[in-house]
Design a protein around this ligand. Structure first.
Ligand SMILES: *[C@@H]1O[C@H](CO)[C@@H](O)[C@H](O)[C@H]1NC(C)=O
Ligand SMILES: *[C@@H]1O[C@H](CO)[C@@H](O)[C@H](O)[C@H]1NC(C)=O
Ligand SMILES: *[C@@H]1O[C@H](CO)[C@@H](O)[C@H](O)[C@H]1NC(C)=O
Ligand SMILES: *[C@@H]1O[C@H](CO)[C@@H](O)[C@H](O)[C@H]1NC(C)=O
Length: 352
Protein backbone atom coordinates (compact mmCIF):
# COMPACT_ATOMS: atom_id res chain seq x y z
CA UNK A 1 0.00 0.00 0.00
CA UNK A 2 2.86 2.30 0.79
CA UNK A 3 4.60 1.45 -2.39
CA UNK A 4 7.13 4.06 -3.13
CA UNK A 5 6.05 6.26 -5.98
CA UNK A 6 8.49 9.07 -5.61
CA UNK A 7 9.70 9.10 -9.18
CA UNK A 8 6.15 8.97 -10.47
CA UNK A 9 4.88 11.99 -8.61
CA UNK A 10 6.31 14.52 -10.99
CA UNK A 11 3.99 13.21 -13.68
CA UNK A 12 0.96 12.73 -11.47
CA UNK A 13 -1.81 15.27 -11.22
CA UNK A 14 -0.39 16.83 -8.08
CA UNK A 15 2.81 17.83 -9.80
CA UNK A 16 1.25 18.22 -13.20
CA UNK A 17 3.38 20.10 -15.62
CA UNK A 18 1.30 23.12 -16.36
CA UNK A 19 1.66 24.82 -19.68
CA UNK A 20 3.81 27.87 -19.34
CA UNK A 21 5.46 26.58 -16.19
CA UNK A 22 8.76 24.77 -16.31
CA UNK A 23 10.44 22.48 -13.85
CA UNK A 24 13.81 20.94 -13.17
CA UNK A 25 13.96 17.74 -11.13
CA UNK A 26 16.84 15.68 -9.89
CA UNK A 27 15.89 12.04 -9.31
CA UNK A 28 18.52 10.52 -7.06
CA UNK A 29 19.07 6.94 -5.90
CA UNK A 30 21.62 5.59 -3.48
CA UNK A 31 21.90 1.79 -3.39
CA UNK A 32 24.81 2.40 -2.48
CA UNK A 33 26.00 3.56 -5.88
CA UNK A 34 24.76 7.07 -6.29
CA UNK A 35 22.93 7.96 -9.50
CA UNK A 36 21.04 11.10 -10.45
CA UNK A 37 18.88 11.75 -13.46
CA UNK A 38 17.98 15.32 -14.38
CA UNK A 39 14.58 16.06 -15.87
CA UNK A 40 13.64 19.32 -17.52
CA UNK A 41 9.84 19.19 -17.55
CA UNK A 42 9.29 15.64 -18.74
CA UNK A 43 12.49 15.32 -20.73
CA UNK A 44 15.63 13.68 -19.42
CA UNK A 45 18.40 16.17 -20.11
CA UNK A 46 21.31 14.93 -18.05
CA UNK A 47 22.69 12.65 -15.41
CA UNK A 48 25.41 12.64 -12.84
CA UNK A 49 28.29 10.30 -13.53
CA UNK A 50 29.96 9.52 -10.22
CA UNK A 51 32.96 7.90 -11.94
CA UNK A 52 34.05 11.15 -13.56
CA UNK A 53 32.26 13.31 -10.99
CA UNK A 54 30.49 15.35 -13.66
CA UNK A 55 27.05 16.22 -14.90
CA UNK A 56 26.68 14.73 -18.36
CA UNK A 57 24.19 15.49 -21.06
CA UNK A 58 21.79 12.70 -21.95
CA UNK A 59 22.52 11.47 -25.45
CA UNK A 60 18.92 11.77 -26.67
CA UNK A 61 19.08 15.48 -26.00
CA UNK A 62 22.56 15.94 -27.39
CA UNK A 63 22.04 16.39 -31.10
CA UNK A 64 22.86 20.08 -30.76
CA UNK A 65 25.64 20.61 -28.23
CA UNK A 66 27.64 17.94 -26.47
CA UNK A 67 28.83 19.92 -23.46
CA UNK A 68 26.68 21.00 -20.56
CA UNK A 69 28.95 23.86 -19.40
CA UNK A 70 27.34 24.02 -16.00
CA UNK A 71 30.59 24.53 -14.11
CA UNK A 72 31.48 23.09 -10.73
CA UNK A 73 28.43 24.31 -8.79
CA UNK A 74 25.97 21.56 -9.77
CA UNK A 75 28.57 18.95 -8.98
CA UNK A 76 28.98 20.41 -5.50
CA UNK A 77 25.24 20.49 -4.95
CA UNK A 78 24.91 16.90 -6.12
CA UNK A 79 27.67 15.84 -3.76
CA UNK A 80 25.79 17.55 -0.92
CA UNK A 81 22.70 15.58 -1.88
CA UNK A 82 24.76 12.42 -2.01
CA UNK A 83 26.18 12.82 1.47
CA UNK A 84 22.82 13.76 2.91
CA UNK A 85 21.20 10.69 1.35
CA UNK A 86 23.96 8.46 2.63
CA UNK A 87 23.55 9.81 6.14
CA UNK A 88 19.82 9.32 6.02
CA UNK A 89 20.12 5.72 4.89
CA UNK A 90 22.57 5.00 7.67
CA UNK A 91 20.17 6.54 10.14
CA UNK A 92 17.31 4.44 8.76
CA UNK A 93 19.38 1.25 8.92
CA UNK A 94 20.33 1.99 12.48
CA UNK A 95 16.84 2.94 13.59
CA UNK A 96 15.10 0.02 11.92
CA UNK A 97 17.76 -2.56 12.71
CA UNK A 98 18.36 -3.40 9.05
CA UNK A 99 21.12 -5.84 8.26
CA UNK A 100 24.35 -4.30 7.08
CA UNK A 101 24.73 -6.46 3.97
CA UNK A 102 21.14 -6.39 2.65
CA UNK A 103 20.32 -4.12 -0.27
CA UNK A 104 18.75 -0.89 0.89
CA UNK A 105 17.64 2.01 -1.24
CA UNK A 106 17.45 5.67 -0.52
CA UNK A 107 15.66 7.88 -3.07
CA UNK A 108 15.10 11.58 -3.43
CA UNK A 109 13.28 13.87 -5.80
CA UNK A 110 14.32 17.45 -5.53
CA UNK A 111 13.88 20.44 -7.77
CA UNK A 112 12.08 23.64 -8.56
CA UNK A 113 9.41 25.12 -10.78
CA UNK A 114 9.28 28.52 -12.43
CA UNK A 115 6.33 30.48 -13.78
CA UNK A 116 5.96 31.53 -17.37
CA UNK A 117 7.82 34.79 -16.70
CA UNK A 118 10.74 32.94 -15.12
CA UNK A 119 9.84 33.81 -11.50
CA UNK A 120 10.38 30.94 -9.06
CA UNK A 121 7.17 29.15 -8.04
CA UNK A 122 8.39 26.44 -5.70
CA UNK A 123 11.27 24.33 -4.49
CA UNK A 124 10.92 20.98 -2.81
CA UNK A 125 12.45 17.67 -1.93
CA UNK A 126 10.86 14.36 -1.15
CA UNK A 127 12.67 11.40 0.36
CA UNK A 128 12.00 7.71 0.55
CA UNK A 129 13.78 4.80 2.16
CA UNK A 130 13.48 1.22 1.01
CA UNK A 131 10.49 1.93 -1.17
CA UNK A 132 8.56 3.85 1.44
CA UNK A 133 7.80 7.52 1.58
CA UNK A 134 9.64 9.20 4.39
CA UNK A 135 9.36 12.97 4.45
CA UNK A 136 9.15 16.00 2.21
CA UNK A 137 9.62 19.72 2.29
CA UNK A 138 8.02 22.27 0.01
CA UNK A 139 8.49 26.00 -0.15
CA UNK A 140 6.06 27.86 -2.42
CA UNK A 141 7.48 31.38 -1.91
CA UNK A 142 5.14 32.09 0.99
CA UNK A 143 4.94 28.92 3.08
CA UNK A 144 7.12 26.05 4.12
CA UNK A 145 5.36 22.71 4.30
CA UNK A 146 7.14 19.84 5.97
CA UNK A 147 5.38 16.48 5.89
CA UNK A 148 6.28 13.13 7.42
CA UNK A 149 4.62 9.90 6.45
CA UNK A 150 2.40 8.53 9.16
CA UNK A 151 4.26 5.92 11.15
CA UNK A 152 7.65 7.19 10.07
CA UNK A 153 9.63 7.15 13.29
CA UNK A 154 12.44 9.46 12.37
CA UNK A 155 11.39 12.95 13.40
CA UNK A 156 13.35 16.11 12.89
CA UNK A 157 13.69 18.63 15.65
CA UNK A 158 12.91 22.32 15.07
CA UNK A 159 16.55 23.21 14.54
CA UNK A 160 16.99 20.61 11.83
CA UNK A 161 13.86 21.80 10.05
CA UNK A 162 14.99 25.41 10.17
CA UNK A 163 18.40 24.59 8.78
CA UNK A 164 16.86 22.67 5.87
CA UNK A 165 14.45 25.55 5.19
CA UNK A 166 17.35 27.99 5.08
CA UNK A 167 19.35 25.74 2.80
CA UNK A 168 16.50 25.28 0.34
CA UNK A 169 15.19 28.85 0.27
CA UNK A 170 18.51 30.71 0.39
CA UNK A 171 20.90 28.51 -1.53
CA UNK A 172 19.21 25.76 -3.53
CA UNK A 173 16.35 27.89 -4.84
CA UNK A 174 18.41 30.46 -6.70
CA UNK A 175 20.82 27.78 -7.88
CA UNK A 176 18.00 25.57 -9.14
CA UNK A 177 16.28 28.42 -10.97
CA UNK A 178 19.54 29.47 -12.62
CA UNK A 179 20.24 25.90 -13.75
CA UNK A 180 16.68 25.55 -15.00
CA UNK A 181 17.04 28.70 -17.11
CA UNK A 182 20.31 27.40 -18.51
CA UNK A 183 18.70 24.10 -19.52
CA UNK A 184 15.68 25.89 -21.00
CA UNK A 185 18.01 27.89 -23.19
CA UNK A 186 19.98 24.82 -24.32
CA UNK A 187 17.01 22.51 -24.84
CA UNK A 188 14.55 24.99 -26.29
CA UNK A 189 14.15 22.85 -29.39
CA UNK A 190 12.88 19.97 -27.23
CA UNK A 191 10.90 21.72 -24.52
CA UNK A 192 9.13 24.25 -26.72
CA UNK A 193 8.32 21.87 -29.52
CA UNK A 194 4.72 21.38 -30.53
CA UNK A 195 3.82 18.07 -32.10
CA UNK A 196 0.31 17.61 -33.46
CA UNK A 197 -1.71 14.62 -32.30
CA UNK A 198 -2.84 11.97 -34.75
CA UNK A 199 -6.41 10.86 -34.19
CA UNK A 200 -8.08 7.61 -35.07
CA UNK A 201 -11.09 5.56 -34.15
CA UNK A 202 -10.71 1.93 -33.20
CA UNK A 203 -13.94 -0.01 -33.17
CA UNK A 204 -14.41 -3.45 -31.80
CA UNK A 205 -17.34 -5.79 -31.53
CA UNK A 206 -18.19 -7.03 -28.07
CA UNK A 207 -21.01 -9.25 -26.86
CA UNK A 208 -23.28 -6.40 -25.89
CA UNK A 209 -22.62 -4.25 -28.95
CA UNK A 210 -19.54 -2.26 -29.86
CA UNK A 211 -16.60 -0.50 -28.33
CA UNK A 212 -15.72 2.83 -29.89
CA UNK A 213 -12.30 4.12 -28.92
CA UNK A 214 -10.75 7.38 -29.92
CA UNK A 215 -6.98 7.24 -29.84
CA UNK A 216 -4.74 10.30 -29.93
CA UNK A 217 -1.06 9.54 -30.44
CA UNK A 218 2.29 11.22 -30.99
CA UNK A 219 1.66 14.62 -29.46
CA UNK A 220 3.76 16.97 -27.36
CA UNK A 221 3.41 18.61 -24.87
CA UNK A 222 1.47 16.20 -22.72
CA UNK A 223 -1.55 18.37 -22.08
CA UNK A 224 -4.51 17.61 -24.37
CA UNK A 225 -8.29 17.89 -24.31
CA UNK A 226 -10.02 15.04 -26.03
CA UNK A 227 -13.78 14.68 -26.27
CA UNK A 228 -16.32 12.38 -27.88
CA UNK A 229 -19.47 13.67 -29.56
CA UNK A 230 -22.53 11.82 -30.81
CA UNK A 231 -24.25 13.59 -33.71
CA UNK A 232 -22.47 16.76 -32.68
CA UNK A 233 -23.52 16.57 -29.01
CA UNK A 234 -21.01 15.80 -26.22
CA UNK A 235 -21.39 12.22 -25.02
CA UNK A 236 -22.34 11.89 -21.35
CA UNK A 237 -18.97 11.72 -19.54
CA UNK A 238 -20.29 8.99 -17.26
CA UNK A 239 -20.43 6.51 -20.12
CA UNK A 240 -16.91 7.29 -21.35
CA UNK A 241 -13.84 5.50 -20.05
CA UNK A 242 -10.85 7.78 -20.00
CA UNK A 243 -7.34 6.39 -20.13
CA UNK A 244 -4.45 8.25 -18.59
CA UNK A 245 -1.98 10.09 -20.76
CA UNK A 246 0.86 7.67 -21.42
CA UNK A 247 4.31 8.04 -22.88
CA UNK A 248 4.34 6.91 -26.47
CA UNK A 249 7.87 5.55 -26.21
CA UNK A 250 9.32 8.18 -28.53
CA UNK A 251 9.22 11.19 -26.22
CA UNK A 252 5.65 11.90 -27.30
CA UNK A 253 2.35 11.00 -25.65
CA UNK A 254 -0.84 9.07 -26.29
CA UNK A 255 -4.25 8.92 -24.70
CA UNK A 256 -7.53 7.13 -25.39
CA UNK A 257 -11.21 7.56 -24.64
CA UNK A 258 -13.58 4.64 -24.93
CA UNK A 259 -17.32 4.49 -25.30
CA UNK A 260 -19.42 1.33 -24.97
CA UNK A 261 -22.20 1.37 -27.52
CA UNK A 262 -25.15 -0.96 -27.04
CA UNK A 263 -26.63 -2.96 -29.91
CA UNK A 264 -29.69 -0.72 -30.13
CA UNK A 265 -27.58 2.40 -30.32
CA UNK A 266 -25.39 0.84 -33.01
CA UNK A 267 -28.44 0.22 -35.17
CA UNK A 268 -29.31 3.90 -35.02
CA UNK A 269 -26.04 4.57 -36.88
CA UNK A 270 -25.09 7.74 -35.09
CA UNK A 271 -22.29 9.92 -36.31
CA UNK A 272 -19.50 9.83 -33.70
CA UNK A 273 -16.90 12.56 -33.56
CA UNK A 274 -13.62 12.67 -31.74
CA UNK A 275 -12.30 16.13 -31.09
CA UNK A 276 -8.89 17.23 -29.83
CA UNK A 277 -7.68 20.58 -28.54
CA UNK A 278 -3.95 20.84 -28.24
CA UNK A 279 -1.32 23.57 -28.06
CA UNK A 280 0.05 22.48 -31.43
CA UNK A 281 -3.28 23.17 -33.14
CA UNK A 282 -4.63 26.56 -34.15
CA UNK A 283 -7.98 24.92 -34.43
CA UNK A 284 -9.51 21.77 -33.07
CA UNK A 285 -8.80 18.47 -34.81
CA UNK A 286 -11.78 16.26 -35.61
CA UNK A 287 -12.50 12.85 -37.03
CA UNK A 288 -15.87 11.17 -37.60
CA UNK A 289 -17.10 7.62 -37.57
CA UNK A 290 -20.50 6.19 -38.38
CA UNK A 291 -21.51 2.59 -37.81
CA UNK A 292 -21.84 0.98 -41.23
CA UNK A 293 -24.92 -1.00 -42.00
CA UNK A 294 -22.92 -4.21 -42.43
CA UNK A 295 -21.24 -3.68 -39.06
CA UNK A 296 -24.42 -3.26 -37.07
CA UNK A 297 -26.14 -5.97 -39.09
CA UNK A 298 -23.39 -8.43 -38.33
CA UNK A 299 -23.45 -7.59 -34.66
CA UNK A 300 -27.18 -8.14 -34.70
CA UNK A 301 -27.31 -11.43 -36.59
CA UNK A 302 -24.49 -13.47 -35.06
CA UNK A 303 -26.15 -15.55 -32.38
CA UNK A 304 -24.24 -17.44 -29.69
CA UNK A 305 -25.36 -20.70 -31.28
CA UNK A 306 -23.71 -19.84 -34.59
CA UNK A 307 -20.51 -18.90 -32.77
CA UNK A 308 -20.53 -22.23 -30.92
CA UNK A 309 -21.06 -24.20 -34.11
CA UNK A 310 -18.26 -22.36 -35.87
CA UNK A 311 -15.94 -23.03 -32.95
CA UNK A 312 -16.81 -26.73 -33.01
CA UNK A 313 -16.07 -26.99 -36.74
CA UNK A 314 -12.75 -25.19 -36.31
CA UNK A 315 -11.76 -27.47 -33.45
CA UNK A 316 -12.58 -30.55 -35.50
CA UNK A 317 -10.50 -29.29 -38.43
CA UNK A 318 -7.56 -28.60 -36.12
CA UNK A 319 -7.67 -32.06 -34.57
CA UNK A 320 -7.85 -33.72 -37.98
CA UNK A 321 -4.92 -31.68 -39.29
CA UNK A 322 -2.74 -32.41 -36.32
CA UNK A 323 -3.50 -36.12 -36.57
CA UNK A 324 -2.62 -36.19 -40.25
CA UNK A 325 0.63 -34.30 -39.69
CA UNK A 326 1.65 -36.70 -36.95
CA UNK A 327 1.06 -39.70 -39.20
CA UNK A 328 3.07 -38.08 -41.97
CA UNK A 329 6.09 -37.12 -39.85
CA UNK A 330 6.30 -40.59 -38.39
CA UNK A 331 6.36 -42.29 -41.75
CA UNK A 332 8.51 -39.92 -43.81
CA UNK A 333 12.23 -40.16 -44.66
CA UNK A 334 14.63 -38.22 -42.42
CA UNK A 335 15.63 -35.44 -44.91
CA UNK A 336 12.16 -33.99 -45.14
CA UNK A 337 11.64 -33.71 -41.41
CA UNK A 338 11.04 -30.33 -39.89
CA UNK A 339 13.69 -28.37 -38.00
CA UNK A 340 12.26 -29.38 -34.66
CA UNK A 341 12.75 -33.01 -35.58
CA UNK A 342 16.43 -32.70 -36.41
CA UNK A 343 17.86 -32.82 -32.92
CA UNK A 344 15.73 -35.85 -32.08
CA UNK A 345 17.02 -37.48 -35.22
CA UNK A 346 20.69 -37.00 -34.27
CA UNK A 347 19.96 -38.30 -30.78
CA UNK A 348 18.55 -41.42 -32.40
CA UNK A 349 21.72 -41.86 -34.41
CA UNK A 350 23.88 -41.61 -31.32
CA UNK A 351 21.89 -44.14 -29.34
CA UNK A 352 21.66 -46.55 -32.26
C1 LIG B 1 17.73 -4.71 17.05
O1 LIG B 1 18.61 -5.80 17.14
C2 LIG B 1 19.14 -6.02 18.44
C3 LIG B 1 20.20 -7.12 18.38
O2 LIG B 1 19.95 -8.02 17.32
C4 LIG B 1 17.99 -6.36 19.39
O3 LIG B 1 18.48 -6.55 20.69
C5 LIG B 1 17.00 -5.20 19.37
O4 LIG B 1 15.87 -5.52 20.18
C6 LIG B 1 16.53 -4.89 17.96
N1 LIG B 1 15.72 -3.71 17.97
C7 LIG B 1 14.59 -3.57 17.23
C8 LIG B 1 13.89 -2.26 17.35
O5 LIG B 1 14.16 -4.47 16.55
C1 LIG C 1 1.54 28.31 -0.47
O1 LIG C 1 0.98 27.31 0.34
C2 LIG C 1 0.07 27.81 1.31
C3 LIG C 1 -0.30 26.66 2.23
O2 LIG C 1 -0.59 25.49 1.49
C4 LIG C 1 -1.11 28.46 0.62
O3 LIG C 1 -2.01 28.95 1.58
C5 LIG C 1 -0.59 29.59 -0.25
O4 LIG C 1 -1.65 30.16 -0.97
C6 LIG C 1 0.46 29.07 -1.22
N1 LIG C 1 1.04 30.20 -1.92
C7 LIG C 1 1.26 30.20 -3.23
C8 LIG C 1 1.91 31.41 -3.79
O5 LIG C 1 0.95 29.26 -3.93
C1 LIG D 1 -20.68 13.61 -39.11
O1 LIG D 1 -20.95 14.90 -38.61
C2 LIG D 1 -20.00 15.89 -39.00
C3 LIG D 1 -20.41 17.17 -38.35
O2 LIG D 1 -20.61 17.00 -37.01
C4 LIG D 1 -19.98 16.01 -40.50
O3 LIG D 1 -18.99 16.94 -40.89
C5 LIG D 1 -19.66 14.66 -41.12
O4 LIG D 1 -19.72 14.73 -42.52
C6 LIG D 1 -20.60 13.60 -40.61
N1 LIG D 1 -20.13 12.34 -41.08
C7 LIG D 1 -20.91 11.40 -41.60
C8 LIG D 1 -20.25 10.14 -42.03
O5 LIG D 1 -22.08 11.58 -41.70
C1 LIG E 1 -8.51 22.15 -21.99
O1 LIG E 1 -9.63 22.46 -21.19
C2 LIG E 1 -9.34 23.23 -20.04
C3 LIG E 1 -10.60 23.38 -19.22
O2 LIG E 1 -11.73 23.55 -20.03
C4 LIG E 1 -8.74 24.58 -20.46
O3 LIG E 1 -8.40 25.35 -19.33
C5 LIG E 1 -7.47 24.30 -21.28
O4 LIG E 1 -6.94 25.52 -21.76
C6 LIG E 1 -7.78 23.39 -22.46
N1 LIG E 1 -6.53 23.03 -23.10
C7 LIG E 1 -6.33 23.12 -24.41
C8 LIG E 1 -5.00 22.69 -24.92
O5 LIG E 1 -7.18 23.50 -25.17
Amino acid sequence: RNEFSLFKIIFSSKWKICTGRHSLWALGSYIPEFTVVLMLDDIQVGYYDSKVNQVMRTSTASDHKAELNLGQEPVNVLRDIYSSMRKRLNLVKHRFNLTIDGVHVQQRVTGCEVLEDGQPALIMFRDGSNGQDADSLLYNMTHFTYAVREGWEIQWDALKKTSFQMLYSNIYLSFCVRTLQHFLECEKHLVMRRVKPRLRFITRQVVSGGQVTCLATDFYPRHINLSLLRDGQPVDEGSVRVGSVLPNGNGLYQVRKMLMVGEKELQRKHNYTCEAFHLSLDNRLRINWRAESSYSHRVHSISPLVVLMLAAVLLLLLVLRRKRRKERSEGVATETQEQVGESEQSDDLVTS
